[in-house]
Design a protein around this ligand. Structure first.
Ligand code: MN
Length: 326
């Protein structure tokens, strides 16, 4: 798992531990993410399956893409598709993913990079492995998180942030047994580069075998812990977690995790994605690639997409971008 690694964690800023008067967040729910397929057929885990939208708020959806070792010719992406009313955050841990959107955004992201796309009023999007990777095959592992936008921002113009791994904020746990990568928001004094409409924090932490991680967490945010790989526990109650589990935590100032002394054999570390944000507390109407406040707005989004007002598929190799019948 490359993402960002640091050979000597003791040189990093250390996070604090809960003190008297701090509340460690209790565990409300643990689910196991079911496996599925996305786009042209790449394997995913649906990380939020079975969790109430009110517990996810301000998030609506998250896929763990892979982890998969592709054979040559096997890597897959998505066809062109629309989005409106929210943001997609794509974090690549292993492998390479190319993005383009009809608004002019795009780029290639790899080990530890993030593409933060604000769909806002609407655009077309495509996510594909590069041609050379399709030919060679290889390891692919990432996350795509959907962050809702408040009513007041759903019609904002599309925007694109290209966040490179070197920009990610880094900190270590008190005993330097855990590496904390802050992609957006802040943890204690350590800030991440992602600029968000909805106040939120996104962290990828690697906790060494047997080590404990205490994360100070904004009390007004929700808190979700998703296990990318490994085995451990969450909360002072020591609730067991393994690969593909999502823990929904209750209120508090800190969250606490521990990597197992008896790892699962595939990796000695516990790797987790920890996310939380300020709940938007507005009605959610969601169908396919559109996340709006009302059903009428979702119907409008489908009509606008059909009418071509979310953008046109850019020309490729001189091929037609509208339907030709013959
Ligand atoms: Mn997309």
């Amino acid at each position: 798992m490359p993402a960002v690694t640091v050979p000597d964690l003791t040189v990093l800023d250390r996070l604090g531990t809960p003190g008297l008067g701090d509340t460690v967040r209790p565990v409300k729910q643990v689910i196991t993410a079911p496996k599925g397929y996305e786009g042209e057929g790449f394997p995913v885990r649906r990380a939020f399956a079975g969790v109430d939208l009110s517990d996810l708020d301000p998030f609506v959806h998250m896929d763990q893409m892979g982890e998969v070792e592709y054979a040559p010719g096997e890597p897959k992406g998505t066809p062109w598709h629309p989005h409106r009313g929210f943001e997609t955050v794509t974090y690549i841990i292993d492998g390479v993913f190319d993005h383009r959107d009809s608004h002019g955004g795009g780029g290639s992201i790899t080990n530890g990079d993030t593409q933060w796309m604000t769909a806002g009023a609407g655009l077309l999007h495509i996510e594909t492995p590069p041609e050379w990777l399709v030919q060679s095959g290889g390891l692919f592992h990432g996350i795509q998180l959907w962050v809702n936008l408040p009513r007041s921002a759903k019609w904002n113009p599309p925007a694109y942030q290209d966040i490179r791994s070197a920009q990610v904020g880094l900190a270590a746990s008190t005993d330097a047994g855990a590496l904390v990568r802050v992609i957006a928001g802040h943890v204690g004094q350590t800030a991440g580069p992602g600029s968000t409409y909805t106040p939120m924090t996104m962290v990828h932490a690697t906790v060494a075998r047997g080590a404990r991680l205490d994360l100070p967490w904004e009390p007004s945010y929700n808190a979700l812990v998703y296990v990318l790989s490994g085995r451990g526990t969450v909360g002072t109650e020591g609730r067991p977690l393994e690969t593909g589990n999502l823990a929904v935590l209750g209120a508090g100032d800190f969250l606490t995790l521990r990597a197992s002394d008896h790892p699962d054999g595939r990796t000695p570390d516990l790797d987790v994605l920890v996310i939380g944000g300020e709940p938007i507390r507005e009605p959610v109407a969601w169908a396919g690639p559109f996340v709006m406040n009302t059903k009428a707005e979702v119907m409008q989004a489908f009509e606008d997409f059909q009418a071509g007002s979310m953008g046109q598929i850019p020309a490729v190799h001189g091929a037609p971008t509208h339907l030709i019948e013959g």
